[in-house]
Design a protein around this ligand. Structure first.
Ligand code: SF4
Ligand code: SF4
Length: 71
């Protein structure tokens, strides 16, 4: 069985701070950014490789890095 890759941190996207500029979507190479059922940009943690490109590209600080609880 394939072992699921675990990360010490994740990126989260706050829709309240997002101005839907699409910079994160354009930067992401791994399918980590998607538009959810509420038409908000969101991060798919399963696809996200934690490269940080969206985090650096976001002009409004809507994407933040958070530590994951120790497994
Ligand atoms: S950290 Fe990288 S892989 Fe994850 S959503 Fe942002 S750009 Fe995509
Ligand atoms: S880069 Fe930031 S402001 Fe632009 S769509 Fe992504 S999260 Fe929203």
């Amino acid at each position: 069985m394939a072992e699921k890759k675990t990360f010490k941190f994740s990126f989260i996207l706050d829709p309240a701070a997002c101005m839907a500029c699409a910079a994160c979507e354009l930067e992401c190479r791994d399918g980590g950014i998607y538009i959810d059922d509420n038409a908000n940009y969101s991060i798919n943690a399963d696809n996200c490789t934690r490269c940080g490109r969206c985090f650096r590209a976001c002009p409004s600080g809507a994407i933040t890095r958070v530590n994951n609880p120790a497994a």
